[in-house]
Design a protein around this ligand. Structure first.
Ligand code: MN
Length: 287
């Protein structure tokens, strides 16, 4: 059974609203993916605060991919990376990482357009408490193929004859498909659950329309034949589902509720690893 999901609005910074695609009541985990925010496209005004100060994660990897704008990633492992459009940041929190995402100092005083995706990928059973790790790939390292109809980028995993260099924690795929003309396509990945999110534009399948900010979930790993309108940008993602559920509380993901409580206390008491040189932090929510 295919399920159609509508992204909802969520606030991630004082002045920044995003489309939250995952999790949803009707879909918590899509393969190993437990979270997707689509930010923008939004025009940030001069001196608008778009920073996300240090906050904690456990039990997951984050994947950041920008379409426009740029941001600086810093984390408690000591990583610092400028993320530009087409780059891939894969940060594994494992037993615990704090990170910040801040505007480039040169960009702050300027009006700037921001658009990007942030995914959380839950770590599989037996790997939830691994050591933190950070991978950064520049856009030149990420494979893509282009025809008169479309440009297809394979951000992670293997698809369309392309293999991404990103080291993933479990079998998954993440691909961006941008239609240059109207075209038809379909996709199958046996054993995977797949989601197809429309970041821009629209697509048709059978008698159904998939409009901007909607996602089609295909638990059988088969994306039905689609007619895609020129200018549409699709996000195809998913992977092998887990046998055990994951709990998500704020930025913390685990198969164990006790582990989440422990991480909450660590953040509250200041014993969680912190981002070097940054004394600001997002306080633990009350609820
Ligand atoms: Mn984060």
């Amino acid at each position: 059974m295919n399920l159609k999901i509508e992204a909802r609005l969520a606030h991630i910074a004082d002045d920044l609203t995003v489309f939250r695609v995952l999790p949803q009541r009707s879909k918590r985990l899509l393969g190993p993916f437990c979270f997707l925010d689509h930010m923008g496209p939004v025009s940030a005004q001069a001196n608008q605060d778009t920073d996300v100060p240090p906050h904690p994660h456990i039990g997951l990897s984050t994947l950041t991919y920008l379409f426009s704008g740029r941001t600086i990633h810093r984390d408690s492992i000591g990583s610092e990376a400028l993320i530009s459009p087409g780059d891939v940041n894969w940060m594994t929190a494992g037993k615990g990482v704090a990170h910040s995402e801040r505007a480039h100092p040169d960009d702050r005083a300027a009006t700037r357009v921001l658009e990007g995706l942030q995914f959380w990928i839950a770590l599989p059973d037996g790997q939830e408490e691994i050591d933190p790790d950070f991978q950064h790939y520049s856009s030149a390292d990420i494979p893509s193929t282009e025809s008169p109809q479309a440009k297809i980028t394979v951000v992670a995993g293997e698809a369309f004859g392309l293999i991404s260099p990103v080291r993933t924690s479990s079998p998954l795929v993440l691909s961006i498909i941008t239609a240059k003309q109207d075209f038809e396509w379909q996709f199958a990945a046996p054993g995977f659950e797949l989601g197809l999110y429309v970041a821009q534009g629209q697509a048709e399948y059978g008698d159904e329309l998939l409009t901007e900010h909607q996602m089609l979930v295909c638990e059988d790993g088969i994306i039905p034949p689609m007619k895609v309108v020129a200018g549409t940008r699709l996000v195809l993602f998913g992977g092998q589902p887990f046998n055990t559920p994951r709990f998500i509380w704020w930025n913390l993901v685990s198969s164990s509720r006790d582990r989440i409580e422990e991480a909450k206390q660590a953040w509250k008491s200041g014993t969680f690893p912190m981002v070097p040189g940054d004394s600001e932090f997002v306080p633990l929510p009350k609820a």
